[in-house]
Design a protein around this ligand. Structure first.
Ligand code: ZN
Ligand code: ZN
Length: 611
């Protein structure tokens, strides 16, 4: 299952994503094929024909590439629903890293034998994405070297928990693989100890917490699962014994970290050079990080001005003749706080979300914004127990190998929450923000994008899907819906939207400033609380997140900015020929490729069309 988060409280998931930043897509039934630039397509095909058609050969290469990828990264394979190597746990030694490097090098060589001009758009983008992935392997091992300074990269419990929770195979088979895979756990942690050098204090602390937090998988969950199967006593005993060894290895690792004589810990701040490179690999933006940072700073100013204008206008409606605060930011905050009081009751939270879906679909149809495939409805459900406390709302999509799985909109239940906590949560996800959240997560945000990505079924894009494109699209649709009159142009809706948008904008400013400009915690808290109007707990959580992740917080704003800028550029170029619906459908038809490549391909087609 792949999960698309918006509200996330758990650091656990971040580091899991951080290791595999590639968000993945599913292959559902393919839907209407859209050939909007048909004339251009024909011309392109003719050009391609005059060269040798390398597409069939490249398709075969991709298949082999993925088979080989799974041999080098069996854990990643399992997480994607490819279960051939479920019993394998790679021990992270120099040897295993040498294998990764050899894999990267030989495949970069293979790529060079293909002429990009002879490939289809789908294969071109796949080519770029494979190339980026391979180069990033090399960079991560030789330059970034987080296997030395980030002890939280070593944690086995998530993968093992997935084996217990997944329904892809009978419990017997899953437990036997679990058992076989456990055999390498002691060696795994021994290798980890050898790798770690002057780790950051933040990642050390995180590693201790997460590893100890995951022990219950081996101590409790595995044991309970064993009681459900009918293995022989002898086999069961062997399994229980190995689980004990595993627990011991994990505890020893945590102890070792606690006692580590770390006199010169590395700073958790990544530094300018590594950060710029990581941004290149993870985001694959057409802008540099410096450009994005400048854009975020400017955007923040614009948002503040727009927010002040609206808050000032709304003041009398909510506060009557009470004197306005002279400080602009304070005035905005007071109006926001007041408007946030409009929210659903805790027990109505899930129903409210469910009822929103048809409203969003109707609006999109009425305004002709994008085609929505009615044959694959989104299932809204209470979030499963094992996700509890992780995300307030998220989309789970089946991985590329389980094609028939449902796509779920997981909604956290507020039952059992104390009154104060529920109230604060509901104020955050108030009447207005809840609608924006639904746009983002579901329609026409993540869910719609998922359905469209199946138009160009590509395992490569399912596996290496560009996170900035995926999140950028969801953030883009929030504004696009409002621009088209969603929410009746209500001042309150726009004000709340700006606050929401300010969050991703400030995430970018925060991430870049902390990792490359030495921003202090105090300045960070000031940015988040006073300039982005966040509550203290949210800001504290963000500080924690930025101190253990890098670049990931930038993907929302970067992707959004690229898509929005591209649309505006295209509008100018095409004049009255520009159609929003056409733009959206065409844009999504390339799958989850980096925006810069989609842009390049779309501009090529339009250029060809003009000739
Ligand atoms: Zn999202
Ligand atoms: Zn209330």
């Amino acid at each position: 299952m792949n999960i698309y988060f918006t509200i996330v409280n758990s650091i656990f998931i971040f580091s899991a994503l951080n290791k595999n930043p590639q968000m993945k897509k599913i292959i559902l039934a393919s839907i209407v094929s859209i050939s909007l630039f048909s004339c251009a397509n024909k011309q392109q095909k003719e050009t391609a024909k005059s060269l040798t058609d390398m597409n069939p050969k490249f398709d075969r290469y991709k298949e082999q590439f993925i088979e080989d990828l799974w041999k080098v990264y069996p854990g990643w394979a399992s997480s994607q629903g490819y279960h051939k190597y479920d019993s394998v746990l790679i021990v992270p030694t120099d040897d295993s890293r040498a294998k990764e490097l050899a894999f990267s090098k030989s495949n970069l060589d293979s790529l060079k034998t293909y002429d990009l001009n002879s490939l289809s758009d789908n294969n071109k983008t796949d080519y770029y994405m494979i190339e980026n992935q391979l180069k990033s392997i090399d960079w991560a091992i030789n330059e970034q070297k987080s296997f030395e300074w980030n002890p939280s990269e070593y944690n086995v419990s998530g993968a093992f928990a997935e084996m217990l929770n997944g329904n892809y195979d009978s419990l017997d088979i899953r437990l036997r693989n679990f058992y076989l895979k456990m055999a390498n756990i002691p060696a795994y942690y021994e290798a980890a100890k050898k790798n770690i050098k002057n780790p950051t204090l933040e990642h050390t602390q995180l590693a201790i917490e997460q590893n100890l937090g995951g022990i219950s998988v081996f101590e409790k969950d595995f044991h309970e699962a064993l009681n459900k199967v009918h293995f022989g006593e002898h086999e069961k005993q062997a399994m229980e014994a190995t689980a004990k060894e595993s627990v011991k290895a994990i505890k020893e690792f945590a102890d070792w970290l606690k006692k580590l004589n770390n006199l010169t810990p590395r700073s958790f701040r990544l530094g300018k050079e590594l950060y710029a490179k990581k941004f290149e690999f993870d985001i694959q933006s057409g802008y540099s990080i410096d450009q994005i940072y400048e854009k975020a700073i400017t955007h923040k100013k614009e948002l503040h001005e727009k927010m002040f204008f609206l808050a000032d206008k709304l003041w009398t409606k909510y506060f009557g003749n009470t004197q306005k605060p002279t400080d602009k930011l304070l005035l905005i905050r007071q109006v926001i706080d007041k408007i946030s009081e409009k929210h659903v009751k805790p027990e109505e939270f899930q129903t409210a979300i469910e009822q929103q879906m048809p409203v969003l679909i109707d609006f999109i149809k009425k305004k002709d914004l994008i085609y929505i495939d009615p044959s694959k409805p989104l299932v809204v459900r209470k979030e499963p127990d094992y996700m509890a406390g992780v995300a307030g709302a998220s989309i789970s999509a089946p991985g590329p190998y389980d094609k028939n799985g449902n796509t779920y909109y997981n909604v956290g239940s507020l039952s059992g929450w104390d009154k104060e906590k529920a109230e604060s949560y509901l104020r955050e996800y108030n009447h207005y923000i809840l609608q924006i959240l639904n746009i983002h997560e579901a329609i026409p945000g993540h869910y719609t994008q998922l359905v469209y990505s199946n138009q160009s079924p590509s395992l490569i894009k399912s596996l290496f899907g560009n996170n900035a494109m995926i999140e950028g699209w969801a953030v883009y649709t929030e504004r696009m819906m409002l621009e088209n009159g969603y929410g009746n142009d209500e001042d309150e809706m726009w004000l709340m939207y700006y606050k929401w948008n300010l969050r991703s904008t400030c995430n970018t400013i925060l991430d870049y400033s902390v990792h490359t400009k030495d921003m202090s915690k105090q300045d960070a808290m000031n940015l988040l609380m006073n300039e982005a109007f966040q509550q203290k707990t949210e800001a504290e959580g963000k500080w924690r997140r930025v101190s253990v992740t890098q670049v990931q917080l930038c993907c929302y704003f970067t992707g959004y900015t690229e898509i929005y800028d591209f649309r505006e550029e295209l509008k100018k170029q095409m004049g009255d020929k520009f159609q929003l619906k056409t733009f959206h459908e065409k844009f999504l038809s390339y799958g989850s490729a980096p925006v810069k490549y989609i842009k390049e391909l779309m501009l090529n087609e339009i250029g060809a069309d003009k000739k």
